[in-house]
Design a protein around this ligand. Structure first.
Ligand code: DQA
Length: 146
């Protein structure tokens, strides 16, 4: 099984960015943690991060035919982007939405997620462990579109 982990805007600043909300781990730490977990589970893993909405759409599109699952933390585009929703729907790859923070316990505007409608699950508020839980969920779903 091959999984693409996509992170949106400002997630490259993990560790620097609001550590009280997002924790002390850097983006490199996050990727290392996911890589170690994926190796343990015998899952192939790739990473993509961008601050640009169109680049995230391109990454989702290019996953078609190459990946069996997507883990996506769209950052603030979660709350605004119909383009990301449409891209996930278009490729039909099982996708899990992840948020490090508990978006439902924060500002009201963070409760809205456009991409959620195209996802098989959402994990929020479990810190960076949420990415590992998302991989586990994709594995349990068996990479249905492999
Ligand atoms: C986030 C939550 C979003 O509201 C925010 O804009 C982010 C990160 C999270 O991981 O908790 O950039 O997706």
């Amino acid at each position: 099984m091959r999984i693409l982990v996509i992170n949106g805007p400002n997630l490259n600043l993990l560790g620097i960015r609001e550590p009280a909300v997002y924790g002390q781990e850097s983006y490199a730490d996050l990727c290392a943690k996911i890589t170690a977990y994926a190796r343990e589970k015998d899952v192939g893993i790739s990473f993509f991060q961008s601050n640009h909405e169109g680049a995230l759409v391109d990454a989702i599109q290019s996953a078609y035919g190459s990946f069996d699952g997507i883990v996506i933390n769209p950052g603030a585009y979660t709350h605004t982007s119909i383009a990301l929703l449409d891209a996930v729907k278009a490729v039909g790859i099982p996708t899990v939405e992840v948020h490090i923070s508990d978006v439902n316990a924060r500002e009201a505007f963070r409760k809205t997620s456009f991409v959620r409608a195209a996802c098989i699950g959402t994990i929020a508020g479990h810190g960076t462990d949420g990415y590992l839980e998302a991989i586990e969920l994709l594995m349990r779903m068996g990479g249905a579109h492999a």
